[in-house]
Ligand binder design. Structure first.
Ligand code: C2G
Length: 156
């Protein structure tokens, strides 16, 4: 029985369970899962600024037991070349991209899978930045309280 290869692409910044859910689903559909991880330069083209540099994002994705190979994603147009080079029979990605890669249907089965709700790299970044703002506010309040105590003390 011929081995089925599936290829997908992504940034995978701050790797989280939304990414893992997708990759686990993809691995369940194939024998070999290839993941194209967007390089930092390509992310700049996508208008994305990553927290985690490419080498670490690729290493983390490769460390997942469901991932067989990781390749760099350096430009939009490489998908067609990769699909032929790796003889992939399926291309899959989250449905936030629904319809965007239908042009590949002449050479591969194109699948869009539901995203995991309630988690995203953006939301994680927002939570971190919010907690940082809260910490700064609490330090400022503490200092203001200390200064008001000092003002209240009669300094002779
Ligand atoms: N994803 C998901 N659920 C989430 C977040 C992400 O299923 N809560 C999926 C996305 O749909 C995508 C993959 O995880 O299939 C990687 O997500 P990103 O790192 O955001 O990838 P993206 O920047 O969309 O890059 O050429 C394609 C692009 O490289 C895709």
């Amino acid at each position: 029985m011929n081995k089925k290869t599936l290829i997908t692409y992504g940034t995978f910044d701050l790797l989280h369970t939304g990414h893992l859910n997708l990759l686990e689903k993809l691995k369940a559909m194939c024998d070999t899962l290839i993941v194209g991880v967007s390089t930092d330069e390509f992310n700049a083209l996508k208008g994305k600024k990553c927290i985690v540099p490419y080498a670490d994002r690729a290493r983390l994705v490769k460390a997942l037991s469901v991932v067989d190979y990781v390749i760099p994603e350096t430009h939009w147009e490489q998908k067609r070349v990769d699909i032929i080079k790796y003889q992939a029979s399926m291309f899959a990605i989250g449905n936030d991209w629904a319809g965007k890669f239908d042009d590949l249907q002449d050479i591969v089965q194109v699948l869009y899978l539901p995203r995991t709700e309630g988690i995203s790299t953006t939301e994680i970044k927002d939570i971190i930045s919010k907690s940082k703002d809260e910490k700064i506010l609490s330090i400022r309040n503490t200092l203001q309280h200390a200064l008001s105590l000092l003002d209240a003390v009669d300094v002779k």
